[in-house]
Design a protein around this ligand. Structure first.
Ligand SMILES: [Fe+2]
Length: 340
């Protein structure tokens, strides 16, 4: 909160003094939905390498509302957030600006960045299947689609449809299979749920471990966090399930990103670009991805040991902008099929 006040004050000063030398001040202001411990060490490296100071407001919600209400007076130069739907939502709301950078285009595969340059993926996560090792045979698992089959009735744990990760997963389904098939799938999953959707991704794995369901769906990094957790309950829950990569003979497992974007109001645009470029570089990629059990967005970067032990999955190669395009459809489908 104190940092937020300082930022707001700094912005007021920048607005009041429009002297060019002040505008060139070597700093960059960041709004972040990513936790401090995930990014502070890399930001420190960036500061050391470039001499550009990074001021960060860490938030859990309300970033878009804040950027909208601040308008062109926003002190934020860049944002860090998770999920393609959030990045797309910020673009849609007009609070971002397109940037172009050869370095970003070469570090980040086209699939993981906006074709118009409004947002850039920095880490990759997948949303996959976990199965109770003592009750499910891996050979009985194949695809996301198969989980909608009545043979899984009463066996699936998955969180609420208000969650953006689920919305993006269904949006990808709409993009691949069309609205009708995606709706049938969502209805099938809703019919196969072991309980009313509740809790976060980790709670689904815990429920599968406790025998409430046989199958849990969740993002990969939560599994990594549980496997390495100091909390005995989380660790033992993770040990009772195994990860299954769906659709490996087809389009691959559903992927999503955390990413960054430059705000429309950016007063330190060059520094904001420099920072995002740094986050996409070899130096930052390995730490940034490993610190949260994610996959680096840049190909060829070493993967964290816990994550590497899950195997070498085939990921869905669809452009995430195409997934974002179907977000609104996904939300409507969830509503129609009664997935609460
Ligand atoms: Fe998450």
């Amino acid at each position: 909160m104190r940092l937020a006040k300082i930022l707001v004050t700094a912005a007021a000063v920048v607005t009041a003094l429009s002297s060019p030398s002040f505008a060139k001040a070597d700093e960059v202001n960041l709004y972040s939905y990513r936790q401090e411990k995930l990014i502070r060490p890399i930001l420190d490296e960036f500061e050391k390498d470039t001499g550009v100071k990074v001021n960060v407001v860490f938030a859990k919600k309300g970033m878009l509302e804040r950027l909208k209400s601040e308008g062109m007076n926003s002190p934020a130069d860049a944002i860090l957030t998770v999920d393609i739907s959030r990045l797309a939502e910020h673009k849609e709301a007009g609070v971002l600006q397109a940037i172009s950078s050869e370095e970003l285009n070469s570090n980040i595969p086209a699939q993981y960045r906006d074709p118009e340059g409004f947002w850039y993926g920095l880490t990759v996560r997948s949303r996959v299947v976990y199965y109770a090792k003592d009750r499910v045979n891996a050979t009985d698992l194949t695809t996301y689609e198969d989980l909608a089959d009545p043979k899984w009735k009463g066996k699936i744990c998955i969180r609420s449809s208000s969650n953006v990760y689920n919305q993006s997963m269904l949006a990808a389904m709409v993009a691949h299979l069309g609205e009708k098939q995606a709706e049938e799938w969502a209805a099938g999953i809703a019919a196969n749920m072991a309980r009313k959707p509740q809790g976060g991704d980790r709670d689904q794995i815990k429920a599968a471990a406790a025998g409430e369901c046989d199958i849990a769906i969740g993002n990969t990094y939560y599994y990594g966090k549980m496997q390495t957790s100091k909390d005995a309950e989380q660790k033992s829950a993770a040990e009772k399930v195994a990860i299954f990569w769906p659709n490996q003979d087809g389009r691959g497992a559903h992927v999503n990103i955390s990413g960054a974007a430059v705000t429309k109001a950016a007063k330190n645009k060059e520094n904001a670009i420099k920072l995002i470029e740094f986050l996409s570089s070899d130096k930052a990629q390995q730490f940034y991805a490993s610190s949260n059990f994610e996959y680096p967005v840049k190909p060829g970067i070493e993967i964290d040991g816990t994550v590497a032990a899950w195997g070498k999955p085939k990921f869905d190669a669809i452009g995430l902008d195409k997934v974002a395009d179907k977000q609104a459809d996904a939300v409507k489908i969830f509503d129609r099929v009664g997935w609460r």
